[in-house]
Design a protein around this ligand. Structure first.
Ligand SMILES: Cc1cc2nc3c(=O)[nH]c(=O)nc-3n(C[C@H](O)[C@H](O)[C@H](O)COP(=O)(O)O)c2cc1C
Length: 375
């Protein structure tokens, strides 16, 4: 006899405690980064790039990106190291990021990882912005020259991750704040929890998230990047998995086995998402806002690079950072910020921050290099 979802939940809740303690439950699904077996690259799908190039590009691809869309592609102009880095039009987010702001910030983070990885291998990556508008698909040209190897722990790139849960409320030490703000200098604002400004950020964020949850186009776009089933996770290697969203235990198990990404469009799921986010905003030591001096392609790429430098340092200082972009994705949110600050302020990231002492390993998936290379 087939049971309905409602009956299933009823039965499940009766045995919830027992099931929750069962280690088999957590072992029955979930694909994380280390579970992915590398593709078999061929000289053809790698355009004759050598092992060092592939290494540089795989480190670059560990960069964070909005909804983990991994918007980048790399066109090999000359296999002797002249590449074009672009934003794949199929990976844009028109409903939540109509100006490609988050796409370009993500490409900036990719550029920074590429720069760091190349420098440790004795290559200086010389970048030139070639995009004339935020909608161009080819964004940055990169050529390499030989340079002495830079001593930088590449492990930082593979250990960095976004953390949403378990952020300590313990105040961030001045030493930590100084270290994190160093790459961003005047474009870094920290508001500790308990201050009026922190409360204002939280309230504004929740108001804008409520607005976003009412926009069907935004919800449809977000759900199209949710990968609940292991098969989808393995097939696409992008988007948000349950592990990436940090939804575990019984809710995670239920969603993995019984839900579809399109269920996130339903009113009940929207309400749950609001509650989940409200709970997250109560965690952490405070809020970081990263601004930029302009909103053009060059400023966005530069800010994405600086954000990544900061994120890599955050890992080093056991600070978890969680970008919460809903505020900036709603036009009314941006208007609200502009009304209460200078009109020409360009906020690019709103982040929750807090110490996380048992830093978990990264789980979000990545496409392999041959998937984003182009001739
Ligand atoms: C421009 C940008 C915007 C982001 N916005 C959000 C957000 O609103 N909410 C969130 O949970 N994560 C956000 N993230 C984090 C991504 O979801 C995360 O980088 C991606 O899922 C890959 O996971 P990883 O950072 O652990 O490698 C954002 C990241 C970037 C670069």
């Amino acid at each position: 006899m087939k049971i309905t979802r409602r009956q299933f939940i009823k039965r499940l809740s009766a045995g919830a405690l027992v099931v929750g303690a069962n280690p088999l439950l957590s072992a029955c699904g979930g694909i994380t980064r280390n579970d992915l077996i590398s593709d078999k690259p061929t000289a053809e799908n790698l355009f004759d790039l050598d092992e060092m190039d592939i290494n540089i590009l795989s480190y670059a691809s560990l960069a964070p990106s909005a909804l983990n869309v991994q918007p980048w592609f790399v066109r090999v102009v000359d296999r002797h190291r002249h590449w074009i880095i672009g934003a794949d039009p199929r990976r844009r987010l028109p409903a939540i990021d109509p100006d490609n702001r988050e796409i370009l910030l993500s490409i900036g983070a990719f550029v920074e990882n590429l720069f760091i990885a190349a420098s440790t291998m004795g290559l200086f990556a010389d970048f030139e912005i070639i995009a004339k508008t935020p909608f161009d698909s080819e964004i940055v040209s990169v050529k390499f020259t030989k340079t002495p190897k830079v001593d930088y722990p590449l492990k930082r790139l593979s250990l960095r991750r976004t953390i949403k849960k378990g952020l300590s409320q313990k105040e961030l030490k001045n030493q930590t704040i100084n270290a994190l703000s160093a790459p961003i200098k005047d474009c870094f604002l920290y508001s500790p929890k308990g201050t009026a400004h922190a409360a204002c950020i939280r309230d504004g964020l929740m108001e804008q998230y409520r607005n976003q949850l009412q926009r069907d186009a935004a919800q449809a776009e977000i759900s199209s990047w949710i990968r609940l089933a292991d098969d989808d996770a393995e097939k696409f290697r992008d988007g948000l998995t349950l592990e990436g969203m940090e939804i575990g235990g019984i809710p995670g198990w239920y969603l993995r086995h019984f839900a579809e990404p399109s269920d996130f469009m339903k009113p009940g799921y929207r309400e749950k998402s609001l509650d989940y986010t409200a709970a997250l905003t109560k965690e952490g030591a405070g809020w970081i806002i990263i601004t930029s001096e302009g909103n053009d392609v060059a400023h966005l790429i530069e800010t994405g690079r600086k954000f990544e430098q900061m994120a890599l340092l955050a890992r080093e200082h056991n600070v978890a950072i969680h970008p919460m972009s809903q505020y900036l994705e709603e036009k009314s949110g941006l208007d609200m910020i502009r009304m209460s600050h200078k009109k020409d302020i360009f906020p690019q990231f709103i982040l929750r921050a807090g110490y996380r002492y048992n830093y978990p390993p990264p789980v979000s998936l990545r496409r392999s290099v041959c998937w984003f290379l182009r001739a």
